[in-house]
Structures are given as C-alpha cells and as structure tokens.
Write a protein that binds this ligand. Structure first.
Ligand code: FE2
Ligand code: FE2
Length: 217
C-alpha cells in the first residue's frame, strides 16, 4: 500500500513514472508462457472447431500467436532475460494453459463434436483474456521506457495489442453465438464482432446491443 501511495504522489508532482522492474520481469515471464500455452491451445482448439469461419479465424490466430512467441523472445533478449526460467507465477500460467488443453481433449474424447467446439471456444476466450491483459499491461510499461530500441518495442506492442483485441473480442463473439445455436436460439454466425472488425471493449459492447436486431432477421 505504501508503495502505491508514493507512486501516486510522484505522478502528481510530474516526476517520470517507472514500472517496478521486478514486476515487469515477472510480467514478461508470464507473457512468454501465455503465448507458448496459446500455441498449444489453438492447436488443440483447431481439432475441435467445426464451423469453417471459426477454423479460419483460429488458423490465423495460431500463426499470430507463434509470431507473438518470437516477439516476446526478442523482448527477453532486450531485457537480458533467460527464457527457461520458471517463476512461481509462470508455473501457474503454464498449469492453467495445460488444464485448458486437457479440458478440450476430454471434450474430444466424449465424441460430441458440437460440444467439443463449445468447450474449445470457452477455453480460447479464457486464454485470450489473460493474453489480452498481459499486452494491455505491457503496453503501459512500454509507454514509459526510453533509450535505444524504445520505439521499436512500442511499435511491436501496438501491433500485437491490435491482434489481441481481435483474438479476445472475436472469439468471445463466436463463443456466444455458438452457444445460442446450441440452444436453438437465433444465432449470428460469423459473429458481428468479426463482421464489424471490433477492436475495443466499447465497440464490442455496441455490437452486442446491435446483434439483438441482427438475430431477428
Ligand atoms: Fe498473443
Ligand atoms: Fe492472443
């Protein structure tokens, strides 16, 4: 609490803001693990996907996630960090990622393809919620870094953040609409989030309101 108070007062006085270096390092370890887990999650989710639009989306997201692994590895080099280090926080992220893969495998073994697709959509949304948070946080960290390479880090972060918006909001849209379909209620597939290229929580909320009209037609 004390730390929080002193950060707030220095911000008010206009002093430069610096993120806690140890916590930035922890965030980077969790980011790498989230992306590595993401590759496994999309690989398994693609085995569960039935809807062809969803398959296409997830194939694209898998490629982008593989690229995110490389981008985080580059950030590790910049920060002089070892990609093999397992912090307690990173181990938790790994455990959650493996659990999501195991959940999809369980659903596949049950043999109901539509049910497995729903499980996969939920697993992707859970994984992407963490991925999105990581990059949102790192985006704030990157705003305050200076020196050589700072611009290229910020450019890379901006590009990834846009992709993470799509991963989360579009996947959440697919998940919701696939559930409506399973419930035999009017569904909008592909979801309006994808059609309208939603890239923020505000746009996602707007589109969710509009979908009620779309579902009637
Ligand atoms: Fe990612
Ligand atoms: Fe992602």
């Amino acid at each position: 609490m004390e730390k929080q108070k002193s950060t707030d007062s220095s911000a008010k006085k206009g002093k430069p803001i610096h993120a806690e270096p140890e916590q930035v390092t922890e965030l980077l370890y969790q980011m790498l693990q989230t992306e590595l887990g993401g590759v496994q999650i999309y690989t398994t989710a693609l085995r569960c996907a039935v809807n062809s639009d969803l398959k296409k989306e997830w194939e694209k997201y898998l490629q982008q996630t593989q690229r995110h692994v490389e981008i985080v590895e580059t950030l590790f080099q910049t920060h002089g960090l070892n990609t093999e280090v397992q912090t307690p926080g990173r181990k938790i992220v790994k455990h959650i990622g493996e659990s999501l893969v195991a959940a999809m495998q369980m659903a596949l073994e049950n043999g109901d393809k539509a049910a497995a697709e729903l499980v996969a959509a939920e697993c992707v949304v859970l994984a992407e919620t963490k991925d999105h948070l990581n990059w949102e946080l790192f985006g704030e960290v990157a705003k305050h870094i200076s020196g050589e390479g700072a611009k290229s880090v910020r450019d890379a972060v901006t590009k990834v953040e846009e992709e993470e918006d799509e991963h989360l909001y579009h996947s959440a849209g697919f998940c919701r609409e696939l559930w409506f379909k399973a419930l035999s209620l009017p569904a909008v597939l592909p979801p309006p989030e994808e059609k309208k290229h939603v890239k923020s929580a505000l746009e996602a909320a707007r589109v969710k309101e509009q979908r009620k009209e779309m579902a009637k037609h």
